[in-house]
Design a protein around this ligand. Structure first.
Ligand code: NAD
Ligand code: DAU
Length: 332
């Protein structure tokens, strides 16, 4: 199979590339990535000689057509992935998630690519106090990030309906694991704890997220690519639901720090209280999560502890400025 993976220099896309090459070493893989602040060539270092890397944006029709020529399938991870940044400035979120997805879908149709998978998020359903969302739950996004992701999903459905392309959507819950950019809760808290810095907890910290190891999400996406029914969406929830404050406390234990580093800060505007997905449909395709949070979190902490070469340049670059702008204080 010749596969194009967009956004694969990021956290989950690079994990997915490794998962695919482990499972099917003979697959021909091309990567298209704009290399934003979150896209890093070193995330693909282990597979560098086994993929074709193309630098470019999914909203650029010329680059997309060149990259997609001769491909059997496309998996689209390319995105601006941070909710807080979308609240501060949503422009690039609309361009990437709406225009970018539209360009990819047009090229999929015109070039007769057999299968297209859109990587999406549980956030398109909004917040849920009790129970879990299924694939037929209405979309009710809260933030500019999730609203533009939902728009991307609707474009996929429209292209299936109107042009009959074989596209599918895979909606994941909160991912964690090695190589996640430190703006996100878990890597941010791990690095701050290692440095003896404060851990910023939004509001009361009682918000609930459903944690999914990135390798498990990657295997689910590949299952959907191989076995999913065209036109369908599949929810992929992690096996463990946790309050943020408990995640932060666990990180403090794992790094040998105490609760005095916890700092409650101003809440995120429009903060979703709880996400929860039913994964029954993707489980019927044969997928199940293999990593529980109790095992995946210590593994993740160990990875950050052992890979300072990976995060040190990030903490001294763009991220430092972002941190000061967003949290109003300097990184230690
Ligand atoms: P990330 O921010 O780590 O990586 C995004 C990648 O996309 C980067 O390599 C970046 O350079 C690239 N990119 C951004 N805009 C682009 C553009 N216009 N053209 C080409 N490349 C572009 O994100 P991630 O956490 O790995 O998320 C990947 C996908 O999974 C996203 O679609 C996200 O919405 C979805 N998702 C993420 C999570 C999560 O918890 N991180 C959960 C569910 C779904
Ligand atoms: O649910 C899937 C989504 O998970 C993905 O679609 C997004 O791309 C991904 O970024 C993630 O979104 P969240 O907003 O849930 O992740 P984040 O790590 O930013 O925040 C997790 C929780 O922790 C959330 O309730 C906000 C809170 N938080 C976050 C940060 C960065 C804090 O309390 N303090 C912080 O400093």
């Amino acid at each position: 199979m010749k596969l194009l993976v967009t956004g694969a220099a990021g956290f989950i896309g690079s994990t997915y590339v490794r998962v695919v090459l482990d499972a099917r070493p003979d697959d021909d893989l091309a990567v298209l990535d704009k290399l934003t602040y979150a896209g890093r060539r070193e995330n693909l270092a282990e597979v560098e000689g086994r993929i074709t890397f193309i630098e470019g944006a999914i909203e650029d029709p010329r680059v997309v057509r060149e990259a997609m020529e001769g491909c059997d399938a496309v998996v689209n991870f390319a995105a601006e992935s941070h909710v807080d940044r979308s609240i501060a400035d949503q422009d690039v979120f609309a361009r990437t998630h709406v225009i970018g997805t539209s360009v990819l879908l047009d090229a999929t149709r015109e070039l007769g690519v057999s299968r297209y998978v859109q990587v999406s998020t549980d956030e398109v359903y909004g917040s849920i106090e009790e129970g879990s969302f299924t694939e037929t739950s209405p979309l009710n996004p809260s933030s500019p990030y999730s609203a533009t992701k939902a728009a991307g999903d609707l474009l996929v459905s429209a292209h299936v309906h109107t042009y009959g392309i074989e596209a599918l959507i895979c909606r994941g819950s909160n991912n964690y694991g090695p190589r996640q950019y430190p703006e996100k809760l878990i890597p941010l808290c791990v690095l701050n704890a290692l440095a003896g810095d404060h851990l910023p907890v939004y509001g009361d910290g009682r918000q609930v997220r459903n944690w999914l190891y990135a390798e498990d999400f990657s295997r689910a996406i590949d299952t959907v690519l191989q076995k999913g029914e065209p036109g369908q969406a599949y929810n992929v929830g992690g096996p463990d639901e946790e309050e943020n404050i408990e995640v932060v406390r666990r990180i403090l234990e794992l790094t040998g720090r105490d609760d005095s580093l916890i700092e409650h800060v101003t809440d995120r505007p429009g903060h979703d209280r709880r996400y929860s997905l039913s994964s029954d449909k993707v489980r019927k395709l044969g997928w199940e999560p293999l990593t529980r949070f109790a095992d995946g979190l210590p593994r993740t902490v160990d990875w950050y502890r052992d890979n300072e070469w990976w995060w040190e340049p990030i903490r001294s670059g763009e991220y430092r400025e972002y941190y000061e702008r967003h949290y109003g204080r300097s990184l230690r």
